[in-house]
Design a binder for this molecule. Structure first.
Ligand SMILES: C[S@@+](CC[C@H](N)C(=O)[O-])C[C@H]1O[C@@H](n2cnc3c(N)ncnc32)[C@H](O)[C@@H]1O
Length: 348
């Protein structure tokens, strides 16, 4: 009989491998669930697309919905009344919970405006458990005049079952400050697991963004970056999705994104060997997502610097600290792509 090996992690993070028997073709046909499309983009309203999926089919869902802040999408109107937005959020999040496997994980990216309400909705009304409240701090954020500039989003990690869920700690380890900052030979070569802290520039605070903290630093995919597709203003960094997908799924698992946007989740899932299923309301965005997916193949490297703190130079008094080899020379393209502009000109 064919056997299939799968790796699962305990809540404590230790990975254990288990061998399970794959059902025979006959048994499978008797119990086969409704076919689930995969490696597909469903164009149209995610509520309708999700309604066509069977219960419990997805291992992981990632959603970066419109934040209801009046952002200018080509089809969707991002100016709803608060009541309407919350009622709609409950409907699509309810569908996500339904299509998630009992051991599935739902990651939600959301802005300040509705983070608190959606977190309470997900836990108190939809029965999820919140495992992590991650703050994604990004540089090159939106420049504001009468308030502090927007430079973070909230990313919640919700699970259906508070005990049985996937969390692959080995897959997301990053170098420790002990290694990066102090060059301490006692640093664990495997690194460590990846704070609401006021930090102006992450590279000036190497002890910040500790690998075990829940404040993450990835530069936003801004206009000058090589990674940027250029046609969707909300494109998320591939490295951020990489961490989420590596942590909460295994190869060949099904990853769903109801608000695909520029298709980052789907492209990263594909590169990491996961099956993906995306929804997108806008026919124009959907066409561009398909183009992006056509060139994202399993095994391809993710765009962006895997370790932003390793790839940025240190600064002092607002100036880049001298690297004798490069002092005085023009910054390389790679530096720029890694987000090392000292005085960002890309502030919208
Ligand atoms: C914030 S963007 C997602 C960006 C995405 N995370 C990325 O990295 O490119 C939200 C997307 O949701 C889409 N959208 C809005 N309402 C939708 C709906 N009811 N069903 C499907 N997609 C929808 C918008 O057109 C927009 O492209």
């Amino acid at each position: 009989m064919a056997r299939r090996a799968s790796a699962k992690s305990s809540p404590a993070g230790a990975e254990t491998a288990s061998i399970e028997a794959a059902p025979s073709a006959e048994a499978a046909s008797l119990t086969a669930p409704a076919a689930v499309p995969s490696n597909t983009l469903l164009e149209g309203d995610c509520l309708q697309s999700l309604a066509g999926l069977p219960d419990g089919c997805a291992h992981l869902a990632f959603a970066d919905p419109p934040f209801n802040i009046g952002y200018d999408y080509d089809t969707y109107d991002d100016r709803r009344s608060a009541d309407d937005y919350l009622a709609w959020s409950k409907r699509w999040m309810g569908e996500i919970v339904r299509v998630l496997r009992p051991d599935g994980t739902f990651w939600l990216a959301i802005g300040d405006e509705y983070a608190a309400e959606l977190k309470v909705m997900a836990t108190r009304e939809l029965g999820l458990t919140c495992r992590s409240w991650v703050v994604w701090y990004y540089t090159f954020g939106v420049n504001c005049r009468q308030k502090f500039s927007r430079s973070h989003a909230h990313i919640f990690q919700f699970v259906r079952d508070p005990v049985a869920f996937t969390f692959n700690t080995e897959a997301i380890r990053v170098p420790s400050a002990r290694e990066l900052v102090y060059g301490d030979r006692r640093a664990d070569p495997k690194g460590r697991l990846p704070d609401d802290t006021w930090i102006l520039r992450p590279q000036d605070l190497p002890e910040g963004f500790g690998a075990d903290g829940d404040t993450w630093y990835f530069p936003r995919v801004c206009g000058t970056f090589k990674e940027r597709s250029g046609w969707h203003g909300c494109q998320m960094p591939e490295q951020l999705l990489g961490r989420i997908i590596r942590a909460s799924s295994h190869p060949d698992d099904l990853v769903i994104d109801p608000f695909s946007g520029s298709g980052t989740t789907l492209a990263v899932a594909s590169k990491l060997g996961r099956r993906y299923l995306g929804c997108e309301l806008s026919p124009q965005y959907a066409a561009r997502i398909r183009e992006r997916l056509a060139s994202a193949r399993p095994g391809d490297p993710l765009d962006g610097a895997p370790e932003p703190l390793k790839s940025v130079p240190a600064t002092e008094d607002g100036r880049r600290l001298g690297d004798r080899r490069t002092a005085g020379k023009k910054r390389s393209r790679a530096d720029k792509a890694a987000g090392t502009l000292l005085f960002p000109t890309d502030q919208p």
